[in-house]
Design a protein around this ligand. Structure first.
Ligand SMILES: Cc1cc2nc3c(=O)[nH]c(=O)nc-3n(C[C@H](O)[C@H](O)[C@H](O)COP(=O)(O)O)c2cc1C
Length: 221
């Protein structure tokens, strides 16, 4: 494919992805496509490479029914999307956490010490530069990162002609309580960040309505 064809495909994919409000419940995503979408999420960038996310796939009708009363923005998806992911963000990503130690040693295969230069650099970044001084602040920071994974998954889906919808329309306290009460999430380490649905639309793709580039882009000289 030449460069111009690639450019056109990128823009076509961006136009093709839209927040799907009506899914066809009879259509299912193939396992190969689903694994590809998950891979796009897994390979997403994260701050310091600490991957502060977890993707929970709702796999039965009971869970859909349970969350429906407090997930108003998900009702269209609950009615017909083939897959609904609950994306969790970690609250325990600190320089001296068991999680960071484990990730550095066992995933990155590097030496870990809380007093090492990289650990102290990360500590300064979190505490001095970002002022992450509470569970809430740390959650907001990791939650932002989960949206990158979500966006990559939605773009991958659009490339595969699969529809999607990002979902923030739910009560966060009730969702957190529900996931913890079911044992789906350890509330001392995780909070729900966002939901995203995938499936096949039962409606035309909605044309994009956006501000012109001149209103949102500025070159600094
Ligand atoms: C962070 C975020 C949260 C959203 N939450 C919901 C939601 O709860 N329910 C819903 O139907 N759409 C939701 N949307 C979809 C937006 O309304 C939609 O992306 C926006 O209107 C632009 O339309 P488009 O995605 O079709 O281009 C959300 C989108 C984003 C990015």
């Amino acid at each position: 494919m030449d460069k111009e064809a690639i450019r056109q495909q990128i823009v076509a994919t961006a136009n093709r992805r839209y927040a799907t409000k009506k899914y066809d419940p009879t259509k299912h995503i193939s396992e190969a496509d689903w694994q590809t979408i998950l891979e796009a999420g897994r390979l997403s960038p994260s701050s310091f490479g600490y991957e502060p996310w977890r993707f929970l796939l709702i796999n039965n009708q009971q869970i859909r029914d349970d969350i429906r009363p407090f997930a108003w923005g998900a009702v269209n998806s609950l009615n017909g999307a083939d897959k609904i992911l609950i994306i969790l963000a970690r609250t325990d990503v600190t320089y001296d956490s068991d999680y960071v130690k484990d990730l550095v040693e066992n995933i990155k295969g590097k030496h870990y010490s809380p007093t090492s230069a990289p650990s102290q650099h990360f500590k300064n970044f979190q505490e001095r530069d970002l002022k992450l001084d509470s569970d809430r602040a740390r959650f907001d920071w990791t939650s932002k990162q989960t949206y990158i994974a979500m966006a990559n998954m939605m773009t991958a889906a659009a490339e595969l002609d699969i529809d999607s919808c990002p979902i923030e329309g739910f009560n966060y306290a009730q969702m957190n309580d529900y996931l913890a009460s079911k044992g789906f999430m350890d509330p001392t380490k995780w909070r729900v960040s966002v939901l995203v649905s995938f499936g096949y639309r039962d409606q035309p793709i909605k044309p994009k309505v956006r501000q012109p580039l001149s209103d949102i882009y500025q070159e600094l000289n």
